[in-house]
Design a binder for this molecule. Structure first.
Ligand code: FNR
Length: 197
């Protein structure tokens, strides 16, 4: 069947510019023929990680729900804000909770990282920081990343990026990522079938 891609907007804010970027990426993924699951951080309420709580109650429902959505996808895209040149605590917390589940769901999954910010940096330093926990967990983080600067002004009415060159650059990043994931998933299928013979 077609690829299934989870696109995750990592801000809790209702008017999040990263949610807008996630929606646009979801549309690009869907236009390419892949299946899309768009998720937002506020769908996955969870407390701060606490080992005592985990021992007493196990994983909170929000973490289990996020795990479930990850588990059902071949790859994921995270659209995350940059806070103080790093990963927002709420996203790191979600990764920490979900990483406790076995089999550990980040392992061997492909991920594309994108960010948006009102600043001219576009949140790119946050994405470099986000690579650290994900790569530690075995996620294959796509080498190319996309950071949208001046994000509050960057979107056109129809949800595309107002700058056609920038829009094209995002579309190329997404299609390059999907091409890699598709090749890898096909290879795994082929390998399995080979094994059956
Ligand atoms: C920010 N913001 C920010 N922006 C940036 O480009 N680099 C940064 O280091 C930071 N640091 C930072 C720290 C904290 C605590 C806050 C609350 C904000 C601004 C941030 O990019 C802006 O609030 C975005 O709108 C956040 O993304 P969402 O929520 O719109 O998706």
């Amino acid at each position: 069947g077609p690829l299934r891609v989870l696109v995750f907007g990592a801000s809790l804010r209702t008017d999040s510019v990263n949610a807008r970027l996630a929606s646009l990426v979801a549309r690009l993924v869907s236009d390419s023929g892949a299946g899309v699951d768009l998720a937002l951080m506020r769908d996955f309420d969870m407390p701060m990680y606490d080992g005592d709580r985990e021992a007493a109650e196990g994983l909170p429902p929000g973490a289990l729900a996020l795990h479930d959505r990850l588990d059902r996808s071949d790859a994921f895209v995270i659209a995350s804000p940059e806070y103080n040149a790093s990963v927002p605590g709420v996203l790191k917390n979600a990764i920490d909770w979900v990483s406790r589940i076995r089999p550990q769901p980040f392992k061997t999954k492909h991920a594309l990282l994108v960010s948006a910010s009102p600043s001219l940096v576009g949140g790119n330093r946050g994405l470099w920081a986000l690579r650290v926990p994900l790569e530690h967990l075995g996620t294959r983080v796509y080498p190319d990343m996309f950071s949208l600067a001046d994000g509050y002004q960057a979107f056109a009415e129809d949800g595309r990026l107002a700058d056609p060159g920038l829009h094209e650059r995002l579309a190329e990043t997404v299609s390059g990522f999907l091409g890699l994931v598709e090749a890898d998933v096909r290879y795994v299928c082929l390998e399995r079938r080979w094994y059956e013979f």
